[in-house]
Design a protein around this ligand. Sequence first.
Ligand code: BTN
Length: 328
Amino acid sequence: MSNAHDRDESTAAQRVQAALADGDVHSGEALARASGVSRAAVWKAVERLRELGHEIDAVPGRGYRATMPHAPLSARAIRDYACVSPAIELSVHQELDSTNAQLRRDPPAGGTAGVCFAERQTAGRGRLGRDWASPPGGLYFSVSWPYRHLERGPAGLSLAVGICLAERLHALGVRGVGVKWPNDLWHEDAKLAGILVELEGDPTGACRVIVGVGINWRMGDEWRERLGRPVVGVTELRAGLDRNQVAGAAAAAVLQACDSVPHGIETLLRDRWPYHDVLSGRSVRVELPGRTVTGIARGVDADGALCVATAEGMQRLLSGDVSVRPSA
Ligand code: BTN
């Protein structure tokens, strides 16, 4: 298949996806009209979308209906919603292995910042070497941000990203979202989003960070079961949101957090972290290489380290995998 032909089919699929985004039943003819393509192209587009993981029902005698509908991402719409400076590259890919991997392979030209979204990831990566599953509809993106130096390392950056994301989501009406140290957004102990911060280069000199964010959009029963832990999607917390608007707000949040780092994030952590900290006062278990720490979470210090009150005294933890222990 030629590239141009492939591009046309991809555009047709995006248009059909957009026309199905309301979740109503649409006849093949209506979809053809709305998408500016032939009936045969609509049929192909539906097949292509199904291959990409979209659930589309054929309703006998009536047409097609997307059972988990979502509008396609648009680089222009995200850029507008995020008010991204023209100096910052922003791209939307239909499929990538991982948006973090993409920005590592292909950094923004001229050492500037860049943002990369993917509708689908085939090898999404999570923290601590885990995989990150990417159900259709989720928002998957990474930001590459250059620093002249980053002497204190990127330790507090995932917290700053979490705070900025929670606040931007709140502004869109997605309420009750907090940050679980060091890299999750939670709503009532269910995971809404994950953050992966990777450093490229030596932090004592010119270096850059790649901040990857995955936000659940709509978690059907099948995905809930597959993931085997409590998860929640944006649409369950606030119905009717424009997916591109949420994508724009999320990208703006990460850019804002990255920009705040050279000015010091102590103030941000001191003044804003307490409002977002979902662990504070709770009994936690922290898995570290070779040891486990249990105690009561007592916020973070100026470096973003988690403070845990244990039987042996207060411990400062710079990394680790935290779980909340059921209250007695
Ligand atoms: C975690 O919770 O472990 C962090 C998950 C981070 C997932 C995002 S999705 C976009 C970006 N690309 C990746 O491969 N990972 C991050």
